[in-house]
Design a protein around this ligand. Structure first.
Ligand code: NAP
Length: 270
């Protein structure tokens, strides 16, 4: 029986990159999206193709749900439960940038509320919902010392951002939301360790997706000017490979950790 992963916001960008790497690693997938069904269908088809290329058989289903809406979160978890009967990995990836980057002294409350709802409240309560189900599953099938896909070793991975600790005064709402989101991991890691559920925070740097497309020229110049020790754009697959490593038990005695996938952006340099 394959392990099962639920990835929020997997129709495009980083979530899609995560889905592709997990499919190649033999995970069955629930590909969540908000509104772009065509993109979600493309991701699902490409995941099946990717798995076939490495000769593994996986199942991929798509499910529309807005993570900021309680009833949608309930339906999403119900979809995974009815469709697959188990969940080994939740990836809290769905997130949005402000529609308009506005200066701290000008920015409005509507944008702040939107970002808190989608980027913080959604994953916070989705994690709560999934954690309860994972605890039920650990009780039904306690983790054993054995190896293999059948063993239940649940994990929760949240995609935060370098914006959790980097001040960008033209999108303070995004920075505040990502800083708040980063507390989810130490909280749930502490609470869920006794149940054998490992919890991680992945902090991507500048990754080439639709989200960063509007500021491509700015970031091209910054990267060209030495912003990051590894002087290139990050790709969704870079984040996907990190998630796949965690999902396959790469860090069994670690929980609550931040994994930087940022080309070394976080390093202080002199
Ligand atoms: P993206 O290309 O804009 O893709 C966003 C994804 O999230 C899409 O699949 C979208 O679904 C989904 N989504 C948006 N709102 C949603 C909602 N309310 N409920 C469910 N799904 C929703 O963004 P990205 O660059 O891949 O970013 C993914 C995550 O990484 C975000 O949390 C972002 O903050 C974080 N991140 C990005 C970067 C970067 O440089 N790109 C850096 C650090 C962190 P639809 O296709 O249906 O719209």
């Amino acid at each position: 029986m394959n392990r099962v992963a639920l990835i929020t916001g997997a129709s495009r960008g980083i979530g899609r990159g995560i889905a592709l790497e997990l499919a190649a690693a033999g995970f069955d997938l629930v590909v969540n999206y908000a509104g772009n069904r065509a993109a979600a269908e493309r991701t699902a088809a490409d995941c099946l193709e990717r798995a076939r290329a490495v000769r593994v058989a996986v199942r991929v289903e798509i499910c529309q749900a807005d993570v900021s809406v309680g009833a949608d979160r309930e339906r999403l978890v119900g979809f995974a439960r009815e469709g697959f009967g188990r969940l080994d990995l939740l990836v809290n990836n769905a997130g949005v940038a402000p529609v308009v980057r506005a200066d701290l002294l000008e920015a409005d409350e509507a944008s702040f509320d939107r970002l808190i709802r989608i980027n913080v409240k959604g994953p916070y309560f989705l994690t709560q919902r999934v954690a309860r189900w994972m605890i039920e599953q650990t009780r039904a099938a306690p983790a054993t010392a054995g190896e293999g896909r059948g063993v239940y070793r649940p994990k929760i991975v949240t995609i935060s951002s370098i914006s959790a600790y980097t001040a960008s005064p033209n999108r303070g709402d995004y920075c505040v939301a990502k800083a708040a989101l980063s507390m989810l991991t130490p909280l749930y890691a502490t609470r869920l360790a006794e149940h054998g559920i490992l919890v991680y925070d992945i902090r991507p740097g500048i990754i080439a997706t639709d989200m960063t497309e509007p500021v491509k020229a700015k970031y091209d110049a910054l990267i060209g000017g030495g912003l990051t020790p590894i002087a290139r754009w990050g790709q969704p697959a870079d984040v996907g490979k990190a998630v796949a490593a965690l999902a396959q038990d790469a860090l069994p005695f670690s929980t609550g950790d931040v994994i930087n996938v940022d080309g070394g952006f976080h390093l202080r340099r002199l």
